[in-house]
Design a protein around this ligand. Structure first.
Ligand code: KIV
Length: 287
């Protein structure tokens, strides 16, 4: 098997071929996912909730993510491995570089960080120093206390404009991937079309280039609260392997997420072509 690279994902975007990704935190699941055909994995700071039992991702440390990155890398030697920079580990560009080095040494191919245009200097500094960056916009869980809860983002014109501007600024700064979490499907499609880089959605409709799910959500281990965007792929399947194959198949055929797992439109794109001409003022109409 050949290692998966960001170039491969770019080709998939250009060919309009969708791809499935998933979070992984240990060697056994990482091996199972790679064996079934998952080519991109994320050691997410969601581990604070799924593995450690916290009610947010805030307590997760760089050592936690590095530990799980080493384990996943051993289980899935060929995957493109993204690792999260946890809360407050990239408050300055210098801090981001030092912590990104820890994750790259642990086996990551790329680091992911949450936030908008305030991060452009950091993204540029990391990419200039050979650390590929995945940006994360929309419902960024590290900002739960700013948002006042886990809420869908970009539902109004100002929010939608800001997300589009942030996405373009982060791409211009050098980000090579973008995760969009919990935004209306129409907005996710517009951002995906406006970006040259691949966009991976979670709770962002089926028009992004790729999809990601937290592995526990994909296997129905949701501890009582199932997010609207999550589908239990294990339901009706004989084992975890077939559940993961079903997930990959549904993503590749653009069947996932289905309408019941997608957030309703609140903003509608009326002049998508205007995005490239820089007139964003009339891009959105609220419905
Ligand atoms: O931490 C995580 O698992 C994530 C995904 C939800 C994208 O950031």
């Amino acid at each position: 098997m050949k290692p998966t690279s960001i170039t491969h994902l770019l080709q998939l975007k250009q060919q309009k071929t969708k791809f499935a990704t998933i979070t992984a935190y240990d060697a056994s699941f990482a091996k199972l996912f790679e064996d079934q055909g998952i080519r991109v994995m994320l050691v997410g700071d969601s581990l604070g909730m799924t593995l450690q039992g916290h009610d947010s991702t805030l307590p997760v440390t760089i050592e936690d993510v590095a530990y799980h990155t080493r384990a996943v890398r051993r289980g899935a030697p060929y995957c493109l491995l993204l690792s999260d920079l946890p809360f407050m580990t990239y408050a300055t560009p210098e801090q981001a570089c030092a912590n990104a080095a820890t994750l790259m040494r642990a086996g990551a191919n790329m680091v992911k960080l949450e936030g908008g245009s305030w991060l452009t200097e950091t993204v540029q500094m990391l990419t200039d120093r050979a650390v590929p960056v995945c940006a994360h916009l929309g419902l960024t869980p590290q900002s739960v206390n700013i948002f006042g809860g886990y809420k869908v983002q970009g539902r109004d014109k100002d929010g939608a404009d800001k997300l589009l501007e942030d996405a373009l600024a982060l791409e211009a700064a050098g980000a090579q991937l973008l995760v969009l979490e919990c935004v209306p499907a129409a907005l996710a499609k517009t951002i995906t079309d406006a970006q040259q880089i691949p966009v991976i959605g979670i709770g962002a409709g089926k028009d992004t280039d790729g999809q990601i799910l937290v592995m526990h959500d994909a296997l129905g281990i949701t501890g009582g609260h199932t997010p609207k965007f999550a589908k239990n792929f294990l339901a009706g399947q004989s084992d975890i392997r077939s559940a993961i194959r079903l997930y990959i198949e549904e993503v590749e055929q653009a069947l996932n997420p289905a309408a019941e797992h997608t957030f309703n439109k609140f903003v509608t794109v009326i002049h998508r072509s205007l995005i490239r001409e820089g007139d964003r003022s009339s891009v959105w109409r609220t419905t």
